[in-house]
Ligand binder design. Structure first.
Ligand SMILES: [Zn+2]
Ligand SMILES: [Zn+2]
Length: 110
């Protein structure tokens, strides 16, 4: 008997910036690297993969939103667009690197 595998859109990926193998998130949609927090400009709206840009998105700031929690501000190195993504700090499989989050907060404060 075969075990059916779940088909999820929340796929793991290999980070284009640091080469880390990022596993799928336990909950929600994984859209940035857990180690360097870089993302790739693929979405117009989260998860739609409709943007043709494909540029690397650099984490430039961390913001705190009382409803959504900590958000990573990403800026596309190709087209300059900025987006906000909720940080996966409590993901059970592999949380975002707190060290990197703190480093970005420090950088932004200078
Ligand atoms: Zn990375
Ligand atoms: Zn872009």
């Amino acid at each position: 008997m075969q075990t059916k595998r779940f088909i999820v859109r929340n796929d793991g990926f290999v980070c284009l910036h640091c080469g880390h193998h990022v596993p799928p998130a336990k909950a929600g949609c994984r859209n940035h690297c857990t180690q360097c927090l870089y993302s790739v400009h693929l979405d117009v709206y989260p998860g739609d993969r409709a943007a043709a840009c494909g540029g690397l998105m650099e984490p430039v700031a961390i913001e705190y939103n009382s409803r959504k929690g900590y958000q990573i501000v990403h800026k596309c190195k190709s087209c300059g667009m900025t987006t906000k993504n909720v940080a996966a700090l409590e993901d059970e499989i592999e949380p975002d690197s707190l060290f990197t989050v703190l480093a970005i907060m420090n950088d932004a404060a200078h």
